[in-house]
Design a protein around this ligand. Structure first.
Ligand SMILES: Cc1cc2nc3c(=O)[nH]c(=O)nc-3n(C[C@H](O)[C@H](O)[C@H](O)COP(=O)(O)O)c2cc1C
Length: 211
């Protein structure tokens, strides 16, 4: 939990290289990820060549930190290994997140640089690393020893959690839309609504009276 809750995107690094042992652990974490039908449709390109790291910054507009980072991992989906069609990006995202969390637990800093589905970035990375058509680069992960500190960001938001029935807050936060049998006492209790007429199963707007 600590590594998950404290992870932040780190975009400044010291010059210290990432050890081979740490890199191996990151890749072990990546390959421990779940994947649809256990297809494991991932391939990882490890980049520690300064010239190649610089090349990436020319095809990815938000990757300037790679000029400083000692290492990048390009997570690619290999479509031939996809067990159930269409799941490769989810499988590779699970592997990516495992890398970020594992790095955090080791005191390393990372940032996920999105590539797919932005066509120019996919094509740019493809060209640099001669990635064949049956493989798609999902992202580039910059990895290094942090040269910046960031506070954990508390994003826990009860309004995003819906027990059994979807309750969406209006933008003005004065009403919520509910699609429920309004006899659902649990929901009425949860939102602290005292007087509610009986409704059939339909989408209705009711006042938001959160305690
Ligand atoms: C799909 C995806 C694409 C991202 N692309 C970039 C990027 O191109 N450049 C960058 O600096 N950060 C990128 N990020 C990092 C986000 O900006 C960052 O995760 C977000 O602002 C939340 O901050 P945190 O990671 O510190 O919690 C990306 C993150 C995701 C998940």
């Amino acid at each position: 939990m600590k590594a998950i809750l404290e992870r932040r995107s780190i975009r400044k690094y010291t010059g210290e290289p990432v050890s081979d042992a740490d890199l191996k652990d990151l890749l072990k974490a990546a390959m421990a990820a779940p994947s649809a039908g256990n297809g494991q449709p991932w391939e990882f390109i490890i980049v520690n060549d300064r010239q190649l790291l610089t090349e990436i910054t020319k095809v990815h507009p938000y990757s300037a930190m790679l000029l400083q980072a000692p290492l990048a991992i390009i997570v690619c989906g290999k479509l031939d290994n996809e067990r159930y069609k269409g799941y490769w990006a989810q499988d590779c995202s699970a592997a990516t997140e495992n890398i970020l969390i594992a790095a955090q637990s080791k005191g390393l800093g990372t940032v996920w640089l999105g590539v797919y589905p932005v066509e120019e970035r996919v094509n740019g990375i493809r060209k640099i690393f001669k990635i064949p058509e049956n493989m798609i680069p999902l992202n580039v992960i910059a990895v290094g020893h942090p040269a910046e500190k960031k506070k954990p960001s508390d994003r826990y938001d009860e309004n995003r959690i819906h027990f059994n029935h979807l309750l969406l807050l209006n933008e003005n936060k004065k009403h919520i839309w509910v699609h429920v049998k309004i006899t659902s006492v649990k929901i009425i209790k949860h939102y602290g609504i005292r007087k509610v007429k009986k409704y059939r199963l339909e989408t209705i707007q009711i006042p938001y009276l959160k305690n």
